[in-house]
Design a protein around this ligand. Sequence first.
Ligand code: NAD
Length: 261
Amino acid sequence: MTIDLSNKAAVVTGAASGIGYAISTALKASGASVCMSDVQPDALKESIAGLDVIDGRAITCVADVSDSKQVRKMGETAARELGTIDILINCAGLQYVSSLEKFPLEHWDRLLNVMLRGSFLCTQQFLPGMMSKRWGRIVNIASIHSVVASKFKAAYVSAKHGLIGLTKTAALEAAESGVTVNAVSPAYVRTALVERQIASQAEHHGISEDEVIKKIMLAPMPQRELIDASEIGEIAVFLCSDAARHINGHNLVVDGGWTIA
Ligand code: NAD
């Protein structure tokens, strides 16, 4: 199935790296214009340089999604450059690993602020325009940790569970307006975020990085393969298609079989 998103304008947060970059690439390949947003200006510049901009347009916008003023400014930039935004991908995220009793409050706050408050602020910014146009798509990149917990990831697990609540509420509120709001929940995808976890677990357990992947990360995934970021890009594009217009408030788990049993 070829998905045509030409004439659609998208904002992708966390677009400088990993899954956000892969989704930007997939949206661009489907003809959408893309505003790639991230908190890291240099990485953002490098990322857009690697994007094929022959069809449609791509722009960058530096913004911290947890800051309401910066989100408002991002909204203004995106609207000025690309017109009313039809598609929002909330992808900005980060991880911090610590036992609950030692979890530093500043890291708890940061993770919740970026992944939950940030998604809320961006939804508030872009949903009204979509509703008045009577077409829109919001895809929240949650995680397998929106449905299961893992030890030492209290803030991440809490933020991602919360993001599903936001997804469902937004989907209900927008249901009559042609806008859908869904979540995609991957298990381990090979990106910078996971590379950092592999390296720190190898050091912590005194084992090789290969062993961390095989014995720790892939242990709960029966398919026993890390997911490629491009797969999440294709899935996000599908959720943005007209074929997916009645998929709403859904949490699409992409977990290599983690939650089968
Ligand atoms: P990544 O580290 O490659 O990319 C995350 C991007 O988010 C970075 O470019 C970073 O600069 C940006 N970011 C961080 N804080 C920000 C902020 N305040 N404002 C704007 N941008 C900010 O990681 P990734 O693996 O591509 O993760 C992307 C999303 O996918 C995250 O929400 C993550 O939780 C989720 N996810 C990742 C995996 C995985 O295995 N990699 C699995 C499930 C879900």
